[in-house]
Write a protein that binds this ligand. Sequence first.
Ligand code: FE2
Length: 364
Amino acid sequence: MSTMFRPLLRMPRSRAHSTAIWRRTLATLNERTLHATPLGAVDGTFGAEVSGVDFSRPLPPPIAAEIVQLQNLYGVLVFRSTGLDDDAHVRYSKNFGALESIHGVNKPRRASSPHLYDAGNLDAEGNIIPKYSRAWWHSKGNGLWHTDSSFNQHRSSYSALRAVELPPRGGATMYADMRAAYDDLPASIKQDLDGKIAEHWIWHSRKLAAPQEFDKPTEQEKRAIPPAYHTLVQTAPDTTRKTLYIASHARRIVGMPERESTELIRYLLTHAQQPKYQVACQWKNVGDLVQWDNRCTMHRATAFEDQANRRDMRRTTVYDHGPYAFGVRLGLTEHDVDVLCGGSTDITAGPTPETQTQEQVQAL
Ligand SMILES: [Fe+2]
């Protein structure tokens, strides 16, 4: 590793400054109906368990606005025992924007709504997905640090994951605060990252997790989910802080030599997954719902006995409608397409924002 990427040993002033801004924002929130209990990591500023939402009724706009405020502050919100079913889960999520539809690559849709992504270990018939099947290998990528839909040109804002059936042990979801991770980067690295664009490709993370099985994605897989491009450093949704937008889907930094690009991505992912930036969500009850902001967090699934126990998890994913929603559209040359797609000529520069709002893919 080059000396440029040496980790920082103490908190820089910018991190303390960000924390001070965070506390001021919390103090200036209007009278709140909801109660948030921090999950504990990163000075109590990342992740909170929230009570006070009545999920049995349509969400009043002031409560939805309060959830957005809390989401901006904490990044990850845990709601216990919501009692939501599929329809109510979808209705709740629509309070925050239009929803992605699932693509069904490597795993046919099982849930009742096209807006519910099946994040469990069950196949279309509700049976446990067998070990070493394509779908089983595909799910291994969920264990890498990532953010949902960064491989889509129209990315997502929130994911809302609901427990329908839980294993007796294991299966916690881990989250990392990408604002705090950015704050702690050395100034020289921050300067170097400014304006850089990362290419996100889901088949890259599949290959990282299952090198043999996903050494070469199929033509159908490549056609279904082409690469997407997003700036590496962004303003966080609360607009007071910057955040790192990276994931295990990140295959390269546009314009950098391959070796440097790979080294930089590895450095940033390693930096961001330090325990001090993490919180763990332990799934306790059927109906628990965790909603996180993909624009300023990463997450990963943890292991459970997936051949002995059923785990039924369903997720809605909300389209981002902020300033970075559509990432950066690059005009790809024929050579670029060849490099990106391993010789396939089926992938173009990517859908336009207009078509993406109508037709979008979802995975993870
Ligand atoms: Fe995910």
